[in-house]
Design a protein. Structure first.
Length: 284
């Protein structure tokens, strides 16, 4: 190797040993010989350089506790809420914005000093997705689903504990009537002054009627261990060839989700003393 080649080799080696920043504020780069790869040696250090994890919490209390324990004392931990996915994410090492962040120790920022952003990695996160209650899931899954009177009666009988109006005994009587008269032929439906639907039928050449309320009121929580909401379900029916098909329609169910989520967000903001910002949280 000539002296010239050796000199060039030494210059390249020196570049590889020292990071180079091409522009102020830019990321440092290192020159490497062609065909080489870069490998992290972080695993050989006594401890990681930074926290890189997303902790999935299963209760609101657990989320608050974790965020409180690991939030940054300098104020660059933030919380975001996504109504669409009813999820809350706390970014423990989010970017920090303030005035005079790069001032020397002991220097006070001027009153009109511009705000600066101290970039952080945002790799330490706490995630809480509000779990829907069993009651809410059950009523939402059956919402607007058209079924036979027998299937409807059996399903409703299992959910009588969720119903506030009419009384449980009245609802059980309705379920029993629908199950007993399951092989009847229905002829007509009438809307009574009370608002109930009255269905006339014949069974073994004998006439009869069965009455169904136009709506029922539920008392159920939207989220697990959450506040109960009074939710209205309106009964609907269809008569075709003597067969009765029943279903119900929940009235504005999204409104209750919004209210319940707002309640969770308010509690998180209060107990963490941190503003919760509305955001779209990526699913991946």
């Amino acid at each position: 190797m000539s002296d010239l080649d050796l000199d060039q080799f030494e210059k390249l080696a020196a570049r590889a040993r020292s990071p180079v920043t091409l522009a102020e504020g830019g990321a440092p780069i290192v020159y490497l010989p062609e065909g080489t790869t870069i490998e992290s040696v972080e695993t050989h250090l006594p401890q990681p350089i930074r926290v890189k994890r997303t902790v999935i919490l299963t209760t609101r209390e657990a989320f608050i506790s974790y965020f409180q324990e690991f939030k940054n004392v300098h104020g660059h931990s933030r919380i975001f809420a996504d109504l669409e996915t009813v999820a809350i994410v706390g970014i423990l090492d989010d970017h920090m914005v303030g005035v005079g962040l790069r001032l020397g120790v002991g220097e006070a920022p001027e009153a009109d000093a511009p705000k600066e952003c101290e970039p952080m990695w945002g790799s330490h996160r706490a995630l809480y997705k509000c779990p829907y209650s069993r009651q809410w899931d059950a009523w939402m899954q059956m919402d607007r689903r058209k079924v036979s009177q027998l299937e409807f009666a059996e399903w409703l009988e299992d959910r009588t504990g969720d119903v506030q109006e009419p009384a449980g005994t009245d609802l059980l009587q309705l379920c029993t009537a629908l199950q007993i008269h399951r092989r009847v032929t229905y002829g007509s439906a009438t809307r009574l002054h009370s608002g109930e639907f009255q269905f006339s039928f014949t069974e073994d050449n004998e006439a009869g009627t069965v009455e169904i309320p136009s709506e029922i009121k539920l008392s159920i929580p939207v989220f697990q261990d959450g506040t109960n909401y009074e939710v209205t379900a309106r009964f609907r029916y269809r008569l075709a060839e003597g067969k009765l098909t029943l279903w119900y329609e929940l009235v504005e169910p999204q409104k209750y989700v919004e209210d319940a989520f707002a309640e969770v967000v308010a509690a998180v903001a209060s107990e963490t003393a941190t503003e919760v910002l509305a955001a779209k949280i990526p699913t991946a």
